[in-house]
Design a protein around this ligand. Structure first.
Ligand SMILES: Nc1ncnc2c1ncn2[C@@H]1O[C@H](COP(=O)(O)OP(=O)(O)O)[C@@H](O)[C@H]1O
Ligand SMILES: [Mg+2]
Length: 295
């Protein structure tokens, strides 16, 4: 048995579809160290969410599997908290109560009422939401809701924090703030993180390693880029850093030269509800630029 913290062990995934079996993932193999911050990047529909959902235990790999600290993962558990792109807060509960719901589930019987209260407030404080903890989701902005979602995930004290495009729905300025908060939290807590992103700058800024996936079907890991930038990282300083720009260029090269999307969009898995247009494709570099300017 390996001594890795988190081992994505040769995961393949075949989905049954009305048109027959569809192989989404082929032999995805990745060992992750405790405390590592790993980003998954790749074109839409390549299989990033599928990888994350297998690690979360929400999906079962067709072959291969996931081992966390020596135990095979085959169902969701509080040791792997998930943050999705769109918050999943209970609309009738306040920010505090949303976090409380998760804390009660995980710490019932081990933390007293007073300890739970301190812990909930501590986690809301980590994401800079203590001032709005009595507000309902409908009364706060999208960025604030994502903060509460992250607080809720952190409050479960997961071994691994899984985030599927957590800032994808936020404007560039809010996203920059969220990235900075996340870097602070990661420095303080040292959680293992797997984050899916479309944003090259976000990946370089936050990650220890960027895992670049090939296009599907039968997507797999194409390249892995180690990001050797010292921490703490400052987006403004890095914008002029040659090293930073070298990493950024390496990811762009992978995505737009080596894994360039075919012009005709068929069989690549883009869902009908999320049409991927040529326009969106050329949009991506613009998004990257504005992400940096948002400092
Ligand atoms: N439950 C499912 N049934 C059939 N096909 C699926 C299912 N989930 C995902 N897929 C397909 O698997 C591929 C990868 O999807 P996904 O992991 O969501 O991609 P990404 O997150 O990279 O955009 C896509 O072609 C998608 O249509
Ligand atoms: Mg996805």
């Amino acid at each position: 048995m390996s001594i890795e913290h988190l081992n994505i062990d040769h995961v393949s995934m075949v989905f049954d579809t009305p048109a027959g079996p569809f192989k989404a993932l082929d032999n995805v193999a990745l060992a992750i160290e405790k405390g590592e911050y790993v980003s998954l990047i790749g074109h839409s529909g390549c299989g990033k969410s599928t990888v994350l959902n297998v690690v979360a235990g929400l999906l079962q790999a067709t072959t291969g599997g996931v081992v966390l600290d020596g135990t095979e993962v085959d169902e969701p558990g509080p040791d792997r908290a998930v943050v999705f792109q769109h918050h999943s807060l209970m609309p009738w509960l306040t920010a505090y109560e949303n976090v409380e719901l998760a804390v009660r589930q995980v710490f019932k019987g081990t933390k007293s009422r007073a300890e739970m209260k301190d812990w909930i407030e501590h986690n809301l404080h980590l994401v800079h939401m203590e001032h709005a903890m009595d507000k309902l989701p409908g009364e706060i902005s999208g960025g604030m809701k994502q903060r509460v979602g992250i607080a809720r995930a952190l409050a479960m004290q997961p071994k691994v924090l899984l985030m599927d495009e957590p800032f994808g729905a936020l404007d560039a300025l809010t996203r920059a703030h969220m990235q900075d908060s996340l870097m602070e939290i990661h420095a303080e807590l040292g959680n293992t993180v797997i984050m899916i992103t479309h944003d090259v700058d976000e990946a370089v800024l936050l990650s220890d390693r960027i895992v670049m996936m090939t296009n599907g079907p039968a997507a797999t890991i194409g390249e892995i880029l180690e990001i050797g930038l010292d921490r703490p990282r400052d987006r403004v300083v890095l914008a002029d850093s040659q090293e930073y720009n070298h990493y950024r260029a390496a990811v762009l090269k992978f995505l737009y030269e080596r894994q360039r999307r075919p012009d005709v969009d068929n069989g690549d898995g883009t869902s009908a509800s999320e049409p991927e247009t040529a326009e969106e494709e050329t949009d991506a570099p613009l998004k990257i630029v504005s992400g940096m300017q948002a400092a």
